[in-house]
Design a protein around this ligand. Sequence first.
Ligand SMILES: [Zn+2]
Length: 150
Amino acid sequence: MKSTLGLVESKVCFRCKKNKSLTEFRQYKSGINKGYYSSYCRQCNKDYLRQYSKDRPWIKYYDHSKFRCCYSTQKRHKYYKNLEFNMTPNDFKFLWFRDRAWLLEKASIDRIDSKKEYNLNNCRFIELKQNQLQGLKERWDKFARDERRR
Ligand SMILES: [Zn+2]
């Protein structure tokens, strides 16, 4: 799609329907769409993603938990390496509504039994502060147990 001058290439954004310069569109660097331009302009893409995560706030928690659990490059991975991750975005959605996570000041996902894996029965949304305190308490208890053994 070239302009009449043939210098500036442009394209109509599928979302805002504006005719914009190709530089306003992301170009696929790999995959089957390689070389093609995204159908949404950069601005629309951003708006779309923002709206998407706003409509589905639990996805963020799913991504974070899964990432912590499954990728060895993560700094905190050593604490999670023996854990399985058996959850889907829908499980997080279920928990989000069950625990009314949007009412929490700062929601965080908690494994009820911290020795057990991530699964629907072992997870819940709780206040981040409560989660951190609990982690602290567990570490303290473990420390106390280890001390007693000496
Ligand atoms: Zn657009």
